[in-house]
Design a protein around this ligand. Structure first.
Ligand code: SF4
Length: 453
């Protein structure tokens, strides 16, 4: 039987897909080139944003067509959306055969056997059982990169940031034993993989499962893990994502900056540059703590590179909060930033609070204290999903918040067009008229505005 896994979401999901593929191959399945070529299709889903869920559900709908053409095919979902909505989706989507929760990846081969044999739907969504089996499986058949390998060092998260669904779908923090991680890294190094990329929802809390953020002078088990991996022959580079600022202690800064094999790049999620909003987000640090980490890291390694995550439009965020975020981003001089519009996730504290808030704001957004309403420019900024803020020379003045400074722009045929408020029909009409009037102008013979190939 040939299988194909389509992955949505973060590196943790990519790693889980690789583990699942390795397990399937171990049980006699063969990888397919695509879904049309496969007998078994699994979607590894993400729940962090509403849009990611919609994409996966849309894809499931499309796969129904394949099932009508090839009725023997088996379809399943795994990952965060399977954990949170698996039972509901199994009832709703006729051609969906199974749903595997985030803690049950090791049971995939057995579930598929049961679905195949009994032709029945199967939900396997228990949380917190023995999940470690299989998460250290890798494929050395060329399907995974020969240059870099993901290694999961912990699962789950216990931080409960008020906007985040992850603790509900991936369970509490569970760090893997250090010996098991080191053994996995040794195996990878023995296969000639030079770079180890450590993964976890909150890697800086490795070994401190379910505890409050430590004081700044506390020891760092994650720092010890970095040193242990650096001591393995054959490992040449170490990277990791994502640390939590509240767990970034001085001991971790020391281990990080003193270990040569650790790349001098940190993805340090900021989320907001306003202390008031950080508190509402249940992020247990303030902007002063964040800046003290970036300053201390840069002091030790001036070439240090930073990237971050930011949420725009969090309930009650004001213009002043938003400007504070921009100022802090200028101050740090990030090389890259992933900027997301706030997406309410059912069951999270911020989504519940926003629902309880009296009507009058957008999704619980309060007016600016200065009385300024949300402007169209601000709405456009909120819609920014990802922006490149690479800095040619680092420093407060150099950060270019491109997507925040400009309206949406699309480059077509060498020209820049700001997206207008016209309907697609009007744009098409205008483009047709243009083409009729200028039949020999190659630029005007391109697609109408707003229609990207
Ligand atoms: S640290 Fe916060 S944002 Fe990150 S996974 Fe945990 S709850 Fe979600």
């Amino acid at each position: 039987m040939k299988f194909y896994i389509k992955t949505y979401g973060c590196q943790m999901n990519l790693r889980d897909s690789d583990s699942a593929a390795a397990l399937l191959i171990e049980h006699g399945f063969a990888p397919a080139d695509g879904e049309a070529d496969a007998d078994l299709v699994i979607l590894n889903t993400c729940s962090v944003r509403d849009q990611a869920e919609r994409k996966a559900i849309g894809k499931l709908g499309f796969l129904g067509k394949l099932k009508r053409e090839r009725p023997w095919m088996i379809f399943g979902i795994m990952g965060c959306m399977a954990q949170s909505r698996g039972a509901e989706l199994l009832k709703r989507i006729r051609h969906l055969d199974f749903a595997i929760g985030t803690d049950q990846i090791h049971r995939i081969p057995q579930v598929i056997d049961e679905v195949e044999e009994f032709r029945m739907k199967k939900a396997c969504l228990e949380a917190g059982s023995a999940t470690e089996h299989g998460i250290d499986s890798h494929r050395f058949d060329g399907a995974e990169s020969p240059h870099s390998a993901f290694v999961s060092i912990m699962r789950g998260c216990s931080r409960y940031c008020s906007y985040c669904i992850v603790p509900f779908v991936r369970g509490p923090e569970r760090s893997r034993p250090m010996d098991s991680i080191l053994a996995e890294c040794r195996t990878l190094a023995a296969h000639g993989v030079p770079e180890i990329f450590l993964l976890g929802q909150n890697v800086s809390a490795y070994g401190l499962d379910n505890t409050a953020p430590p004081p700044d002078d506390a020891p760092s088990p994650f720092g010890e893990l970095l040193k242990g991996i650096a001591a393995i022959d054959g490992v040449r580079r170490i990277r990791f994502t994502s640390p939590h600022p509240a767990y970034f202690t001085q001991a971790l800064i020391d281990a990080f900056t003193q270990t040569d094999k650790v790349c001098k790049y940190v993805h340090l999620p900021l989320q907001s540059g306003s202390d008031r909003v950080l508190k509402l987000m249940n992020r247990p640090y303030d902007t002063a703590k964040y800046l003290s980490i970036t300053d201390r890291l840069r002091e030790r390694a001036p070439w240090m590179s930073f990237s971050t995550d930011v949420i725009v439009g969090f309930p009650t965020e004001t213009e002043a909060d938003f400007q504070a975020t921009r100022e802090l981003m200028d101050r740090v001089g990030f090389d890259n930033a992933f900027i997301f519009k706030y997406s309410p996730r059912k069951g999270t504290r911020s989504a519940q609070n926003a629902r309880r808030r009296p009507a009058g704001g957008q999704g619980g957004t309060q007016p600016d204290p200065a009385g300024r309403p949300r402007t169209p420019r601000r709405r456009r900024e909120s819609e920014t999903r990802r922006t490149d803020v690479r800095t040619p020379r680092r420093g407060p003045q150099q950060t270019q918040l491109r997507a925040l400074e400009r309206p949406h722009r699309h480059v077509q045929a060498g020209r820049l067009h700001a997206r207008s408020g016209q309907s697609r029909r009007k744009r098409r009409l205008r483009a047709c008229e243009d083409r009729a009037r200028h039949p020999h102008d190659p630029v005007r013979r391109t697609r109408p505005r707003g229609e990207m190939s």
